[in-house]
Write a protein that binds this ligand. Structure first.
Ligand code: B4P
Length: 191
């Protein structure tokens, strides 16, 4: 089983690269952002709570996203592996992911972090905001808050995986296909 955490700040290219990786390696894509947006679209109580936080660029509670990942793992018992995109975003989420995978006798193979400077992130997300209909992409102040939340609450998750010798990072600026090529080389060598 190949389980990969794709990591990086908002707009680093996690969702973009995940789409290519799931085809290349025949993996299941688990994006907590997509799962939350599906709840919002269905108008569930969970979605209503999450929407308020997401629109402000804040994280939703750990218990909510961990519960979603738990059920997604259970509903894909025959998967040959998973790409975790946008999860874990806190150390508590990372610990829970290890526990959940252990129940399925699986582990994370590696974390791959995409490094992109803040001004490029802001430019990309404002550009996406013109067509994405995502309120969190349409306001520079909210985008910068998301980057701040990443720096203060999420970046430390890298140390969690570094302590297990599973952390790898790449420059996330450049052509999408070239970055994909570098990610696959890394996965084939190290994960
Ligand atoms: P996410 O849905 O995870 O959104 P994201 O981080 O903004 O997107 P991503 O990083 O995947 O975008 P991509 O680079 O692919 O999270 C949204 C919100 O949900 C969070 O703020 C939080 O509130 C909540 N949430 C989600 N998970 C959570 C968790 N685990 N715990 C708590 N809360 C959680 O794309 C960005 C743009 O860049 C695209 O337009 C793309 O075309 C472009 N792009 C990509 N690669 C490029 C390249 N190489 N060059 C130029 N442009 C590129």
């Amino acid at each position: 089983m190949l389980n990969i955490v794709l990591f990086g700040p908002p707009g680093a290219g996690k969702g973009t690269q995940s789409q290519k990786l799931i085809t290349h390696y025949n993996l299941v894509h688990l994006s907590t952002g997509d799962l939350l947006r599906a709840q919002i679209a269905q108008g569930t109580e969970l979605g209503l709570t999450a929407k308020k936080l997401m629109d402000e660029g804040l994280l939703v509670p750990d218990s909510v996203v961990i519960g979603m990942i738990d059920s997604a793992l259970s509903t894909n018992p025959t998967a040959s592996g998973f790409i975790f995109d946008g999860f874990p975003r806190t150390v508590a989420q990372a610990q829970s992911l290890d526990d959940l995978l252990a129940r399925h006798e699986a582990t994370i193979g590696c974390m791959i972090a995409l490094e992109v400077v803040e001004e490029e992130l802001v430019a990309r997300l404002l550009e996406r905001g013109k067509t994405s209909n995502r309120p969190d992409d349409q306001n520079e102040e909210k985008i910068r808050r998301r980057v701040h939340v990443y720096n203060t609450e999420t970046a430390q998750v890298a140390s969690y995986y570094a302590a297990q010798n599973k952390f790898h990072s790449l420059n996330g600026i450049g052509e999408i296909d070239e970055i994909f090529e570098q990610i696959t080389q890394l996965i084939d060598k190290a994960c």
